[in-house]
Design a protein around this ligand. Structure first.
Ligand code: NAP
Length: 374
């Protein structure tokens, strides 16, 4: 009921005053309750989808309704949302009409079918796949870095989330770029198996056990070589020039998010770690940037936690970052082989900042700046 209608009812001398007050009170209650968003989590049984539900609850994202969606085979599967349990529904039969935001965490092929349907129904899609990242009509957002890009969402009603290895790197690069203008980045990644979905986690687990039980052979399926007790310098498909698609993504996405002029060269490596990606980053800047100043800048930058003691254990490793929101920076030091060079070590939970957290932060940005429902 609109406020003017309530006023008319209360002011109408023929209308019982007590009843008018009850109606007015009830309608105010409805208005007070209906302040949250209706959210769909798509891919809710997956690594990223489950984290999205955790993070929506942890950050107390204002929701009126949260629906968990996955493939038909997962219909009825229970997933946790805070202290509640949700039963997954079949994405193929779901109508997005009336939903405000859909957080997508399914592969590109399925996203191609369902994201346009959701967007057309008026629900803003925040997508974790690589499908829309390079589309000029879709903003690619890391809220600490380029929140202003959110205004471009309305062209397709879709916003893209970057690749996990890009997300944590650009959080570290942006404040240094603002101060000293980054010319070139050389990055080597150490990426955990959870970046390859549930199947990647299962393969490392099963193969590790099978090493101790030689009769239980677990040949590589998800990865191209044995991942247990090994490292593999190959993530995603090979491209014509010998780089891999994962490496190309880091280059293209850094340019789209921060600055097209930054040159990036990457080597992406899969390591036998369950969760948490690490990156050794070498940065060349236009202006000289002293390592102490770089450390001070990073300490006060959004989303970053500096842990940088030059002593045993005075740095962060993947195990310590799991379940955390921050991107951790350690080993900040001058690169004395060039005039303006810095080295640093960057670690983050790839399922969080690399995917689910970033997506929820985009939803928060969308809510605060555009939808303004709360
Ligand atoms: N893991 C990371 O670090 C990371 C980082 C950035 C981006 N991403 C991207 O996020 C997406 C999800 O990754 P993930 O690691 O969560 O994968 P995952 O653990 O393998 O989970 C995949 C999810 O997608 C659902 N799904 C797959 N095909 C579907 C279909 N046709 N219809 C409905 N649901 C379908 C699965 O449902 P069922 O269980 O019912 O099959 C499951 O919920 C991928 O695009 C990935 O590239 C991942």
């Amino acid at each position: 009921m609109s406020k003017s209608r309530e006023r008319k009812l209360v002011c109408n001398p023929g209308f019982p005053r007590g009843l008018a007050r009850v109606i007015a009170r009830a309608s105010l209650d409805i208005m007070e309750i209906k302040v949250g968003y209706r959210i769909a989590v798509v891919g809710a049984t997956g690594n990223v989808g489950r984290e999205m539900l955790n993070i929506l609850a942890e950050r107390q994202f204002p929701t009126d309704e949260v629906v968990a969606l996955a493939s038909r085979k997962s219909q009825g599967t229970q997933v946790s949302y805070g202290d509640k349990t949700l039963k997954c529904k079949d994405l193929d039969r779901f109508d997005f009409t009336g939903f405000d935001i859909a957080l997508f965490a399914i592969g590109s092929d399925a996203t191609k079918i369902y994201a346009p349907k959701a967007a057309k129904a008026g629900c803003v899609v925040i997508d974790n796949s690589s499908l829309y990242r390079y589309d000029p009509e879709v903003p690619l957002i890391v809220p600490e870095v380029n929140p202003e890009a959110i205004v471009g969402y309305s062209k397709k009603n879709i916003i893209a989330n970057p690749n996990c290895s890009t997300a944590q790197m650009v959080v570290a690069l942006k404040p240094l770029h603002d101060r000293a203008t980054i010319k070139r980045v050389v990055v080597s990644t150490y990426q955990s198996v959870s970046g390859a979905g549930k199947a990647g986690i299962d393969e490392l687990w099963d193969q590790t056990k099978s090493i101790y039980n030689p009769t239980d052979d677990k040949p590589p399926r998800q990865f191209t070589k044995q991942i247990a007790f090994n490292v593999i310098p190959h993530i995603d498909a090979f491209m014509e020039d010998g780089t891999t698609k994962e490496e190309w993504k880091m280059v293209a996405e850094t340019k789209k998010i921060i600055d097209t002029k930054i040159k990036v060269t990457a080597t992406c490596v899969r390591v036998p770690v369950f969760v948490g990606h690490c990156e050794a980053i070498n940065i060349e800047t236009e202006e000289f940037l002293d390592e102490d100043e770089a450390r001070d800048i990073l300490r006060v930058s959004p989303g970053i936690m500096v842990v940088d003691k030059r002593e045993d254990g005075g740095y962060v490793t993947p195990i310590e970052c799991v379940g955390d929101f921050a991107t951790f920076i350690s080993r900040i030091r001058q690169d004395s082989t060039i005039d303006n060079g810095l080295n640093l070590w960057c670690v983050s939970d790839n399922l969080r900042k690399g995917a689910a957290l970033n997506a929820v932060q985009i939803a928060e940005l969308l809510g605060n700046r555009i939808l303004k429902k709360g």
